[in-house]
Design a protein around this ligand. Structure first.
Ligand code: PLP
Length: 369
């Protein structure tokens, strides 16, 4: 299988698997007072530190808290849950774990994006200025999962600060693909998820500035300073920490390799199919992601054709319970139904080689020929 769906999930890095196997048979409950318990606690703290280094706040470790959760979805929910009495501003292209809050609560406003998927700063300024609530939350993802488009987050955060808003950013897709420094971004909360950068599913984290006191969604034994009760998934957290250590060292190298492979795909396909549109092409994008609109054929049919030929890619549309929905991201960017439903997302990762790209290009031409 040529796996080109790394934005959905990544294969676990071999070094991460080795580390988890090393600890796999230990009884791992950090709440126990005996030496196995203390060892578990130590391993968790090492993962917390690895995350601090990856996001470049290790020199200001006390100013931030890292709370382990099961998923990025849970970390995102934890933030929004705590701001139900605030005016909430979301970009209109957020992941569904954030975007869906806009459908549930009247205090949520969506900020427009332009054709390239970049947040409209005028709309942001206008909506924030009209808010009379002195508690405000803005949530804008650093990089979009469908298009790979990267927001000018430091500038957005600066604007939001002028209006006294607290800023959350979903970093789930950015981690492992670009360098991220949360202090220079000026954000208060950030979400990461292990399975998107070579770690296992089952461990994610919410990073928050220590001055913000959050209430838990899950109540119980008081783990994670009372913010996330339930025995920690220590093995997955160890894997997340190891993945963070690898990402710290290898992100730049892989960004350049993936960027080169992605350019080859885009240049070659544009030569053969001049009508293809690359979504967000004028914006700064993650080096691994390419969302291609080839309106001649519907994506869900093409996905099967790719799958039969041994290529795993995904569609730009959300697909649940067998029903293909139009992507809210492409809608917000002004794409019509037909274009949105034909979008195919290629997302490269550390497993991809030059040979994969050549094979993929051959198969793409067969599928669309
Ligand atoms: N945020 C973004 C941008 C994502 O792409 C995803 C997963 O696709 C999530 C959040 C949710 O993360 P998880 O799968 O850990 O719940």
């Amino acid at each position: 299988m040529i796996y080109m769906d790394h934005n959905a999930t990544t294969p676990i890095r071999p070094a991460v698997m080795d580390k988890m196997m090393e600890c796999g048979f230990l009884p791992l409950n950090p709440s126990s007072v005996h030496s196995n318990g203390r060892q578990s606690k130590y391993l968790i703290e090492m993962s917390r530190l690895a995350i601090a280094k990856l996001l470049h706040f290790d020199n200001n470790f006390k100013d931030y808290q890292v709370t382990f959760t099961a998923t990025g979805t849970e970390a995102n929910n934890l933030v929004l849950y705590n701001y139900q009495d605030a005016d909430i501003f979301l970009s209109s292209i957020e992941h569904l774990s954030i975007f869906q809050w806009g459908k549930l609560f009247p205090n949520v406003q969506l900020i427009k994006v332009d054709r390239d998927g970049i947040v409209d700063l005028e709309d942001l300024n206008r909506k924030l200025s009209l808010s009379g609530n002195n508690k405000k939350l803005l949530s804008v993802m650093l990089a979009n999962n469908e298009t790979g488009v990267i927001q000018p987050l430091a500038e957005i955060a600066k604007i939001a600060k002028n209006y006294g808003a607290v800023i959350h950013s979903d970093l789930v897709q950015a981690i492992g693909k670009i360098k991220v420094d949360i202090i220079s971004l000026g954000i208060d909360f950030a979400t990461i998820s292990g399975h998107k950068f070579g770690g296992p599913a089952g461990a994610a984290a919410l990073i928050s500035k220590s001055k913000h006191h959050l209430k838990p969604i899950i109540i119980g034994g008081g783990q994670e300073r009372g913010l996330r009760s339930g025995t920690e998934n220590v093995l997955a957290i160890i894997g997340l920490g190891e993945a963070a250590e690898i990402a710290l060292v290898e992100t730049n190298k892989y960004a350049s390799i993936m960027g080169g492979l992605r350019s080859k795909i885009e240049q070659d396909l544009l030569q053969t199919f001049p009508n293809i549109e690359i979504v967000g092409v004028k914006a700064n994008r993650l080096p691994n992601t390419s969302l291609l609109i080839n309106a001649s054929k519907a994506a869900h049919i093409q996905l099967i054709a790719f799958d039969i030929r041994g290529v795993a890619v995904s569609s730009g549309s959300a697909c649940s319970s067998g029903k293909v929905n139009k992507s809210h991201v492409l809608s917000a960017m002004g794409y019509c139904d037909e274009q949105a439903k034909s979008a195919i997302r290629i997302s490269l990762g550390y497993t991809n080689t030059q040979k994969d790209i050549e094979e993929f290009l051959k198969i793409y031409k067969e599928v669309y020929g």
